[in-house]
Design a protein around this ligand. Structure first.
Ligand code: CO
Length: 296
């Protein structure tokens, strides 16, 4: 635990980020038949530059997750897997093996190419987690693959005096808690926030970042601005944040838990085909040929 002392927020900052869109997600199935909710990467919400996709899996029924994600490739982006409950074993074609524990994170830079399997490390019980796809800038799409993996004990928890907690995976809060992930050019933030009942969470965010909240327990209300009313966001919904300098989120009579994800947009063309995300069709075809020829 990291007991922080309250910093000053300038009273002149009143430029709140309101909610511009709510995505309830779409039930889908991926891998060898894993049931999940796709919150980003749907017809309704295709992308939120630099983020390409966000899936939530949440089930205590083994038939929903037991088939897992057997060997499959990735090129040109990063996958971020964060678990709330249950354990996932991963193994790639370079001999890298590990287990992601509840509260732990794996931030995988696929770069020029990786072939891996992501499988449940359990045959019963609750499996609850998220996988985010974060794009790489053109200049780093063919970088060497890299892993950043942290156990739950290595992720700092900021404890605020009102009972709110912030687990900081990537980025730094304005109270000074810094996550262990080095997020690269997109300067991505990835926080797991639990607002205590009836409390308010206020945090400046880099004004040029795109961002969203994903509520996974309870509900919260996001401050409005001069043209947008305050917006309630329920568990299971993703709320896209508009522009502004700070975020203010309130919990009701119960705690509100959500992921806060934000990053600097790349503003580059995106060419995507399944697990390959490049800038042009020619690069996609090359990725497909390289994978078929065993060059990952
Ligand atoms: Co994968």
């Amino acid at each position: 635990m990291n007991s922080a002392t309250q910093p000053n927020i300038s009273p002149t900052i009143s430029d709140y980020r309101s909610v511009t869109q709510i995505a309830p997600g779409m039930a889908t199935s991926d891998g060898a038949g894993v049931r999940m909710t796709r919150l980003l990467g749907t017809d309704q919400l295709q992308r939120l530059d630099p983020f390409l996709l966000l899936d939530m899996f949440h089930s205590d029924q083994p038939q929903d997750y037991i088939a897992g994600f057997p060997d499959h490739p990735h090129r040109g982006f990063e996958t971020v897997t964060y678990m709330l409950a249950g354990r996932v074993r991963h193994e790639d074609n370079k001999g890298h093996v590990g287990v992601i524990e509840p509260g732990g994170v794996q931030w995988m830079t696929a770069g020029r190419g990786i072939v891996h399997a992501e499988m449940p490390e359990q045959d019963q019980g609750l499996m609850w987690g998220f996988q985010l796809w974060l794009n790489l800038p053109a200049a780093r799409k063919m970088t060497e693959p890299r892993y950043q993996e942290f156990d739950p004990s290595e992720i700092p928890i900021e404890q605020r005096p009102d009972g709110t907690t912030v687990r900081v995976i990537a980025g730094e809060t304005h109270w000074g808690t810094r996550g262990p992930i080095q997020p690269g050019e997109t300067e991505a933030l990835y926080w797991d926030v639990a607002i205590a009942p009836k409390q308010t969470f206020t945090e400046p965010l880099p004004p040029t970042h795109n961002g969203c909240l994903v509520v996974y327990d309870g509900q919260v209300t996001v401050h409005g601005d001069t043209s947008t009313p305050a917006q309630r966001v329920q568990s299971g919904e993703l709320a896209v944040l508009g522009s502004g300098q700070q975020l203010q989120v309130r919990a009701g009579s119960e705690a509100g838990k959500f992921l806060l994800i934000a990053g600097q947009p790349l503003n580059e063309p995106v060419a995507q085909m399944g697990p390959f995300v490049m800038n042009t069709q020619a690069e996609l075809m090359q990725a497909y040929r390289d994978y078929q020829a065993g060059r990952f």
